[in-house]
Design a protein around this ligand. Structure first.
Ligand SMILES: Cc1cc2nc3c(=O)[nH]c(=O)nc-3n(C[C@H](O)[C@H](O)[C@H](O)COP(=O)(O)OP(=O)(O)OC[C@H]3O[C@@H](n4cnc5c(N)ncnc54)[C@H](O)[C@@H]3O)c2cc1C
Ligand SMILES: NC(=O)c1ccc[n+]([C@@H]2O[C@H](COP(=O)([O-])OP(=O)(O)OC[C@H]3O[C@@H](n4cnc5c(N)ncnc54)[C@H](OP(=O)(O)O)[C@@H]3O)[C@@H](O)[C@H]2O)c1
Length: 407
């Protein structure tokens, strides 16, 4: 990526995608950046993370010449990591010294995004924490949350759980002081493990309870899903460099998400199509490429952020495409269960064509099975073109165009 391109990010999210004035005909930067970090730098952060105020200002994401980047990597500054010659926020808060944030009301969604489906684990929530500007992050990163516990082996507090960040760098309220997550509540009834014996399970915040059964309630997901505004939350991170957006505003972004794997995609879409930070001076968007989201969920009642996706589709019909696979309600023409790869197979030629363009990036997040699903979908077309899908995917990965976070 041209060094000039990255300079846009140096200017912060309010100017992300902007061409740096000093560079000749540069490609503007696509990736967002925490934008109010200059005024949000407090003594707490400098102390806790061991980084000075200057590093926490707009320079946090500064583009640097390769040599400087190498030096920075060699020096190993605390709180930052050099990725493709740029510094990004990195583990500002550790499990031993987490940031204590507060839960805030979300201004777009009710906390629960899904409706009961009959499954014990039907609920997914959208939760927003106030971090006071002390936990800057960029789109595609994750944070850790420490629940009070007890954990699986009785540990108190519990070990950290990672969550992909679902808000863009500026946060849902665009103050750069909040971070949002999309969390599925883990509830298992009469399964292999139990932390509630018969008679012990009580209604959670959404009213779900199984007092007649042995129940396992996920330690951290239940802690988060039961939070109410004003509650305290212990945050670590940010971390993650696999799912970062490219700098090029003309890049094409293909997004594949199963369930809560939608979290990083939501953060991208906010930057691309919603935030002031992504608006251009001509009234359009700084993002000039195409974005195509494929989302896989079990029920239509579990289609996460569908309202936002429909809004983008209506407002940006030439730039945003949205398809979903509802596995337990839809089938394809051959009568097969509709998984995300089944849906993508309907557009295999078009997607294959897009992937030949070096401006196209694929982002995949959610269940592990998605990767083999891609092979199922694109294996035949790759073969038709004299290629092996696994090799093609490997080459895309090497070119930093194939981003996978599944487990
Ligand atoms: C990079 C990354 C990003 C993530 N992003 C998200 C996200 O955006 N949203 C989201 O909802 N989740 C996300 N996760 C998953 C998240 O980190 C948690 O794993 C998830 O919330 C479950 O945690 P929990 O504490 O609720 O469940 P846990 O209490 O950890 O339970 C998890 C499982 O452990 C099993 N178990 C219980 N006891 C035992 C035992 N003794 N031995 C073995 N197994 C046992 C349970 O049956 C249960 O299925 C992400 C994970 C990673 C790695
Ligand atoms: N950064 C990360 O790594 C990250 C972030 C967020 C979430 N996650 C993980 O992503 C997963 C999402 O879980 P969830 O409970 O939120 O999802 P969910 O609501 O259960 O939805 C998952 C969907 O994927 C379908 N599916 C099952 N097997 C599949 C396969 N082989 N290929 C394609 N689709 C398949 C499911 O169908 P059926 O159930 O009908 O078979 C369902 O429709 C979890 O494992 C979560 O921990 C990872």
């Amino acid at each position: 990526m041209a060094q000039a391109a990255a300079v846009g990010a140096l200017l912060g999210a309010s100017t992300a995608f902007l061409a740096p004035s000093a560079a000749p005909a540069p490609a503007p930067a696509l990736r967002g950046a925490p934008h109010s970090s200059r005024d949000s730098t407090g003594p707490g952060l400098a102390g806790a993370a061991g980084v000075g105020a200057a590093a926490l200002g707009l320079g946090l994401l500064a583009a640097r010449p390769a040599a400087t980047a190498c030096r920075a990597a060699a020096v190993k500054k605390k709180g930052v990591k050099v990725v493709h010659g740029k510094e990004i926020p990195w583990n500002l808060f550790s499990p031993k010294a987490p940031y204590q944030g507060k839960v805030v009301e979300n201004d777009v969604h009710k906390q629960t995004l899904t409706e009961p489906t009959g499954d014990a684990n039907w609920e997914t929530t959208h939760v927003t924490f106030d971090h006071g500007g002390k936990v800057p992050y960029i789109e595609g990163q994750s944070i850790g949350v420490i629940a009070p516990g007890p954990d699986k082996k009785g540990e108190q507090p519990a070990k950290i759980r990672l969550y992909s960040i679902a808000s863009s760098a500026v946060g849902d309220d665009q103050t750069s002081k909040t971070v949002s997550l999309c969390v599925k509540r883990v509830v298992e009834v009469d399964g292999k493990f139990a932390n509630r014996q018969k008679g012990e399970d009580k209604p959670d915040k959404a009213g779900t309870a199984y007092p007649e059964n042995q129940v396992y309630r996920g330690v951290c997901s239940n802690h988060i899903c039961d939070m109410t505004p004003g509650d305290e939350v212990l945050i670590t991170g940010p971390t993650g460099a696999e799912m970062l957006l490219p700098e090029d505003p003309e890049a094409n972004i293909i997004m594949l998400a199963t369930g809560t794997g939608i979290a990083p995609m939501r953060s991208y879409l906010r930057l691309l199509f919603h935030d002031k930070a992504g608006a251009s001076s001509d009234g359009g968007r700084k993002f000039k490429g195409k974005a195509w989201l494929f989302m896989g969920v079990p029920y239509s009642k579990s289609l996460l952020y569908d309202d936002e996706h429909q809004t983008y589709k209506k407002a940006f019909p030439d730039q945003f495409r949205y398809d979903y696979a509802v596995s337990r309600e839809q089938k394809n023409a051959a009568g097969q269960k509709m998984y995300i790869q089944t849906k993508m197979a309907e557009y295999a030629e078009e997607l294959w064509e897009m992937m030949q363009d070096e401006k196209t990036h694929v982002y995949m997040c959610g269940l592990k099975g998605m990767e083999s699903g891609m092979a199922e979908c694109f294996g035949p077309i790759a073969e038709k073109n004299g290629l092996v899908w696994a090799e093609f995917a490997k080459a895309m990965k090497k070119a930093d165009r194939y981003h996978v976070e599944v487990y």
